[in-house]
Each structure stands twice: as structure tokens, then as C-alpha cells.
Design a protein around this ligand. Sequence first.
Ligand SMILES: *Cc1c(COP(=O)(O)O)cnc(C)c1O
Length: 368
Amino acid sequence: MQVRPADLVAQYNGIEAEIDDAIAGVLRSGSYVLGQRVKDFEEGLARYCGVKYAIGVNSGTDAILLSLMALGVGPGDEVIMPAFTIMVDAAVVCLLKAKPVFVDIDPRTFNVAPEQLEDKITDRTKAVIAVHLFGQPSDMDRILAITQKRGVAVLEDACQAIGAGYKDRKVGSLADLGCFSFYPTKNLGGYGDGGAITTNDGVLAERVRLLRAHGDAGQYDHVVVGINSRLDEIQAAVLSVKLKRVDLWNQARHRNGRRYTLAFRDIENLVTPYEDVNCRHVYHQYTIRTSQRDELRRYLRRREVTAAVYYPIPLHLQKALSHLGHATGEFPASERAAREVLSIPVYAELEPEKIEYVSECIAEFFSA
Ligand SMILES: *Cc1c(COP(=O)(O)O)cnc(C)c1O
């Protein structure tokens, strides 16, 4: 039985008529970029996240880049982030000629370890990027308790976590700015690239709106230097159709995750994902840990199950960031995660037979 990491066609088949109508409506409207459908989606997303403003942009990468630009991050500034995350977080900081500063992770959640944050804050620290990795929110109360007394801004990288909950709130509403990606395989994905920024801060919202369109305040009156990072009408129309279903899909991912966790409970050399009691995890990835990761991955491949490693190299050991001068051993929890993590298929449409099959394959591997 073949099991892949996602089945985007299966998702489309369930909403085909509504999606086709939405796209045809855009084609007939003559308005293709930053029109009414983008406005409608922005309003819907703001309501969904429980914030005042949402601004559609071209990707999750741009959402983080524009958020940092809106905060005024530039040469000489420092931005703190976990060492175990996607390269994007560090790359955008470097593009602004600022310096990524790493903190190790809590090995249970894969998110930043708040107790290690305080020591990393200096006079040059402009922001902290709290990544909600794999769909589980970071420990925001503890992060904010440290950053607020030092006057440091916090940006949520919620690209993997739309709909995830922290206490009684949703990600994207927990800090100064929230960043989302609508890359097709994310929990809310378009049929192309897309992203958004959420905030309750009217000044930051206005700055982001300007920055995403070359700083044009209207009539070619450019008040700041910005970039082109616009959301298009087709993606916005598609995303509005899908936003209505994202809670159902997230629930299905969670249910699938629970099935695995139950199936793996007696396997010794396998750690199942930890769920913080304060959080609602949305399982963008169902990520197990095992010291036999590479062997297990190969075994699964032979059984036609595609498992993935997010991420095999922590940021402080990336070649592209060698100018920062880090060495192996500096962030041991991140390095160990990079060696041990394996994400197995958990998408919403995954059939129970396939979950059973994957579970059996994994049980067989460990009993051999
Ligand atoms: C996908 C992702 C991004 C980047 O989003 P793109 O839309 O691909 O640019 C950033 N951070 C995290 C954690 C992501 O998963």
C-alpha cells in the first residue's frame, strides 16, 4: 500500500464544485491581484484568528520578512530564534543584514526553550521569532514574560500552525505579529504560493500594507521602500473556501495523530509527539523520535510509506550561515532532534486503513 505525505487531489475532490466556482468567479471579474476577494479573505482570517488586522502577502517567507521590516530590523540588529527550525527564519534576517541568534529547543515540544531566552537578549535584540513547529504553539506566556520586560518584539512563525490554540486563543493573536504560509501542503493551503500577517497593532498593520506594495500610499506616492508581495485573487478566493473547513481538517489530523500515538504506546525506542496541556496541536506534522531514524525511514520506504525529516540540519550548522561561526555541540537538543525526528503521513484525508498499515510497518520494524 502506497502512503504519501499528502493527498491534495483527495482534498480537492471533496470541494471541487465550490473551488471551481470560486476560481471561475475571479476569471470573470477582471480583477486578479489585491482586489475584493483578498479583502474578504483578510477579514475572514482576522476574524478566525481573533485579531483586528490580517494582510495577505505572497508567501510565508514574505510574511516573516515584511514583519521584520515593519519592526525596523536592519543592519546590526539581532533576531532570536530556535536553532531547530526551517531555514526561512534565519534567511530573512540575513537578507536584512541583521544577525540570527539561536536558542536551543525544549526537546519535548521542539519549540524554543523559554528559560534559555533571557541570556540571549542584548541591547541589539530587536525581535524574537517564536516558531510553532509542527503545529504546536510555543510557550508564549513564558516567552512574553521575558521579552516584554526587555522591550523586545515577538513575531509568531505560525506557518505550520493555523488554527492551533494556546490557552483560549489562536496562534497569530498571541504576540506582536503572526505569520502564515498558504503553501499547498500547509494545513490551510492554496493552489500556489500565498501568505498573511496578522496583528492587533494598527501602526504595524499599516506599515505592512505599505511594504507589500513598494511603499505606495496611492497615486505613486512612495512613502517607504518596500517590495512586491501581493496575494492574488485566485488564491484568496480558494483560501476563503478552504478557511471554512480548516477546523474540520485540523480535527481530522488530530484524530489521525491520536491513532498513531495509541498504536505506538508500547514501542520502546520511539517517542510520540508531546501535547502541552495548554495547547491545541494541529499536527501539521506527526513527528516521532527514534535513535534508529534512518533505518526506520529506509524500512518504510521499502514498504512504500514516505516519511520525511524536518529538519536534518539545525540552523547553526547550515553552510549558508557559517559566517556566524557556530560549532557542533552548541545546541545539543536541536542537534539531537535533527538526528532523531521522522514525520509520518497524518493529513486529514488519510484513510484509517493507511494509518493502520503505517502503524503495522513501524511496529514490525521495532519488533524485528
Ligand atoms: C512553510 C514555512 C515557512 C515559509 O513559507 P513559504 O510560504 O513556503 O514561504 C516559514 N516557516 C515555517 C515554519 C514554514 O513551515
